[in-house]
Design a protein around this ligand. Structure first.
Ligand code: TPP
Length: 405
């Protein structure tokens, strides 16, 4: 059910490459951001830290949400359960220009990209996880478990908001996350916004296999149908195929969400609604280093954090990292000054529609005074004095006087 033309497919894939390049750059590079010269050991950070494994999947979802926003003008908030994949989310906030608007010390040029890379997970720089510093983020993600409950919390009472929430298959094994699938029961399509969970089955939680990734599609469909979801799968390791599937599935999921909401808001609600969930099976560390020393890295737990370590000390590894990063073809994605080329920049939504600039993701912009009734007028709150013994009555009066000051 592809909804992509060949030209769209090529551009979406290039934009994804740009985000993947920036994610890898944040983990590895401190100099030579655009790879204008061959990599040298001193271009590599002395202490490698960051999570590559989840990043290509997070980037893929982000790129396709961008397309959905452009096609539908929806307000979409991105909640990133695997918040350890900050290199991906930060890459997008930078590609769409928000990062440089908020942090002028990190401009959209070669020096800005160098700065973006150097500051990541560095003392005096920025955290390795999505944080309060990350534009458009209301969810830190470092402590796994709360992505979906935060997503539902954001959607309640915000009827025009779509919250896209990536849940890692590792996070899905935590108790809070397992419990929060059921929040769908509390979503009122007439009054609330929508949550679109995207369960990312990349197979591993750090070094261990995950339960959900080992289940068959049919078993997953039954499980999530039981919870109240309408299940869509996106699967594979061929980027062309996965882009086409994701574009089609996102469009269809959005169409069904709008149907549920329109029916509920115009009087013909089907109760209970089955809300879409996307289950995405893609390799961990997709497009990263394939293997080293005969041991596979892509698609395994070895790509969870830094897929190849000891790069400064080993020239062969250094060459391998260079080959990997050049595979994204940065010279075609960024101009000579390091700015994303205009054909790709056009793919990002504009102004407040950018997920990194969405007012819903910035409490300060939508803050409202809390409307509280005057306590003295709430006579129903006061217990009958006769019912209270003298000591309790004195305490109660004290509380009331203190509260009404
Ligand atoms: C509550 C909690 N337990 C353990 C960790 C350590 N931890 C960090 S990442 C990770 C694996 C997460 O797996 P998944 O959610 O599937 O993300 P991905 O594989 O995409 O990185 C774990 C267990 C944590 N961050 N929070």
């Amino acid at each position: 059910m592809s909804t992509l033309t060949e030209a769209e497919l090529v551009k979406i894939n290039d934009y994804w490459n740009a985000a993947n390049y920036l994610a890898a750059g944040q983990i590895y590079l401190q100099e030579n951001a655009l790879l204008k010269e061959p990599l040298k050991p001193e271009h590599i950070k002395p202490r490698l830290l960051g999570h590559w494994g989840t990043s290509p999947g997070l980037n893929l979802v982000y790129v396709h949400l961008n397309k959905l926003i452009n096609d539908t003008d929806a307000d979409v908030l991105y909640i990133c359960g695997p918040g350890h994949g900050a290199p991906a989310i930060i890459a997008h906030t930078y590609l769409e220009g928000t990062y440089s608007e908020i942090y002028p010390a990190v401009p959209e040029n070669e020096e800005g990209m160098r700065q973006l890379f150097r500051q990541f997970s560095t003392p005096g720089g920025i955290p390795s996880h999505v944080s309060a510093h990350t534009p458009g983020s209301i969810h830190e993600g470092g402590e796994l478990g709360y992505a979906l409950s935060h997503a539902f919390g954001a959607a309640f009472d915000n009827p025009d908001l779509l919250v896209a929430c990536v849940v890692g298959d590792g996070e899905a094994e935590t108790c809070p996350l397992e419990g929060s699938w059921k929040s769908i029961e509390f979503l009122n399509p007439a009054r609330d916004g929508a949550v679109l969970p995207i369960l990312h089955l990349n197979g591993y939680k750090i070094s261990g296999p995950t339960v959900l990734a080992r289940m068959s599609d049919e078993a997953l469909r039954q499980l999530f149908t039981g919870y109240g979801y309408d299940v869509f799968f996106v699967e594979g390791d061929n980027p062309r195929s996965v882009h086409c599937q994701m574009a089609g599935v996102m469009a269809e999921a959005y169409r069904r969400i709008k149907n549920i909401q329109n029916n509920a808001r115009h009087g013909s609600a089907v109760s209970p609604a089955q809300w879409p969930v996307i289950i995405m099976r893609t390799p961990k560390g997709w497009t990263g280093p394939k293997e080293w020393g005969g041991v596979p890295i892509e698609g395994t737990f070895r790509s969870h954090q830094v897929p190849l370590t000891g790069v400064r000390e080993n020239l062969d590894k250094l060459k391998y990292v260079e080959k990997w990063m050049r595979s994204y073809r940065p010279e075609l994605l960024f101009d000579d000054n390091g700015k994303l080329v205009p054909e790709l920049a056009a793919l990002a939504p504009k102004k407040d529609k950018r997920m990194s600039a969405l007012p819903y993701g910035n409490g300060g912009l939508l803050l409202k005074e809390l409307q509280l009734p005057v306590l003295k007028s709430m006579s129903w709150m006061y217990p009958s004095r006769e019912l209270l013994r003298p000591k309790a009555r004195a305490t109660w009066v004290n509380i009331c006087v203190t509260c009404s000051r």
